[in-house]
Design a binder for this molecule. Structure first.
Ligand code: MRU
Length: 428
């Protein structure tokens, strides 16, 4: 892996892949193909340094994904697709579609996009088609879908909207535009002036480091809050809507996202605040019905016990570090998809219709031969074992009121689908 350094204020020009100081509205781009290499902003170093990695071997791409230099489900999927292209150039032991796919699939088990990105190129390579064309086509479709998510979700974000988001579901996580941030971005560029509450997102601070950086690049008003402050602002009516991304969404609408999302969803529900989940089609896993089937990545305990070289817990204390949690669909007001808003109770039907319309040409996902391996360095010594969270809601206020073809909201959210619920206070 080699890299180029740029000043922290650099951003990616709309016109090309070169970081620069462009006009207002220039968009951040997380990764791109250049010559015979994958270039990617090293997300571990933001916001202090903008360093662009130059990745020329599949094992470097796998390492970049594993260590979160490339992160966020759609970016992981596109990065892996180009990782497959690099493997196809190689004369070494990874120079087979299956070996390269296995290596990349072992990096992060939760993001469904990873397996979709791998499969697009694996199939092309195995069929004798051009792997690079397949990766480029996949990247284009992800970017287009994220833009469509932005258009679909932008009407939810009014001038006075105060939006809470968790983790980073912006351009860094999706190549361009973002999922949760795309509606905010498009509303902002349409002349609205939304305000974003940014959860810091322990333990790796994707919100504080990355979302705040992206919003700052474009001049979108925001404030970073400690993860445990979200309830305070929700309760005080200082949040109008919540928008988050996802790593995997099941047919029932249960979904995995960055750990901490579940508690935000429950708090939003408790306080009558609409809760939206924005995702491209590659994040939807039509093979899974319920949340408890989603593999949840557990990462190394040192991400919790240390910050850089600083030890934050007493010697001998153990730690657990689930990277994601699973939120039951009953807390979701609607999914913001490239095709528009979809209520959870409509999701299975929408996915089935997409499948039958595509007549077998839909983007399928790679199936690794074995179960996902645990993350390197995961240390669970002395900690209680995990048990699968029950994500089957005993009551689902939204399911009973399903209607064909329109968003039907659970009772506490009725009348707020446009995110225009009036709130007592403004952060201004
Ligand atoms: O561990 P990360 O940083 O890859 O987790 C990312 C998230 O949880 C994002 O919210 C998710 O991938 C959605 S990205 C559009």
């Amino acid at each position: 892996m080699s890299g180029t350094q740029h000043p922290p204020s650099a951003r990616i020009s709309r016109r090309g892949a070169t970081p620069g100081h462009g006009e207002k509205g220039d968009r951040v781009r997380a990764l791109w193909w250049e010559g015979r290499t994958l270039r990617a902003i090293d997300q571990r170093l933001l916001p202090g340094r903008v360093k662009v990695l130059r990745l020329s071997e599949v094992k470097e791409v796998a390492e970049a994904i594993r260590t979160l230099a490339i992160r966020g489900a759609p970016s992981i999927g596109v990065g892996a697709a180009y990782g497959m292209v690099l493997a196809s150039f190689s004369k070494g032991k990874d120079a087979s579609p299956e070996r390269a796919a296995e290596l990349l699939a072992s990096t992060r088990p939760t993001a469904h996009d990873l397996f979709v990105g791998i499969e697009q190129v694996r199939r092309a390579w195995a069929d004798g088609s051009d792997p690079l064309e397949a990766a480029d086509a996949y990247k284009r479709s992800v970017v287009e879908e994220c833009r469509a998510i932005g258009e679909a979700g932008a009407p939810l974000v009014t001038t006075r909207s105060r939006v809470l988001t968790h983790c980073n579901a912006g351009a860094l996580a999706t190549v361009e535009w973002g999922t949760a941030l795309a509606p905010i971005r498009i509303a902002f560029h349409d002349g609205r002036d939304p305000f974003v509450w940014v959860d810091e997102t322990r333990p790796l601070l994707q919100g504080a480091r990355l979302t705040a950086w992206e919003l700052g690049q474009e001049g979108i008003r925001h404030a970073v809050i400690a993860d445990n402050a979200a309830g305070h602002f929700l309760h005080r009516r200082e949040v109008d809507l919540v928008i988050v991304g996802a790593d995997r969404i099941t047919r029932s609408g249960d979904f995995a996202n960055k750990v901490g999302t579940y508690e935000k969803a429950v708090l939003a529900w408790e306080n009558g605040v609409p809760f939206y989940v924005a995702a491209p089609w590659s994040t939807f896993d039509p093979k899974l019905e319920r949340g408890e089937e989603i593999p949840v990545e557990e990462r190394g305990a040192e991400e919790v016990t240390h910050w850089g070289s600083v030890t934050m817990v007493p010697r001998g204390s153990s730690a657990r570090n689930p990277a994601f949690d699973v939120t039951p669909s009953k807390y979701v007001t609607a999914f913001i998809t490239p095709a528009g808003l979809v209520a959870p109770q409509e999701l299975a039907r929408v996915l089935s219709e997409r499948r039958s319309r595509s007549q077998g040409t839909e983007r399928s996902a790679y199936h690794p031969s074995g179960p996902p391996r645990p993350a390197r360095g995961a240390d669970t010594r002395g900690a209680p074992s995990s048990s699968s969270p029950s994500t089957s809601p005993s009551t689902s206020p939204s399911r009973s009121s399903a209607r064909e073809g329109r968003v039907v909201l659970p009772a506490p959210h009725r009348g707020t689908v446009r995110g225009r619920a009036t709130r007592a206070r403004s952060p201004r």
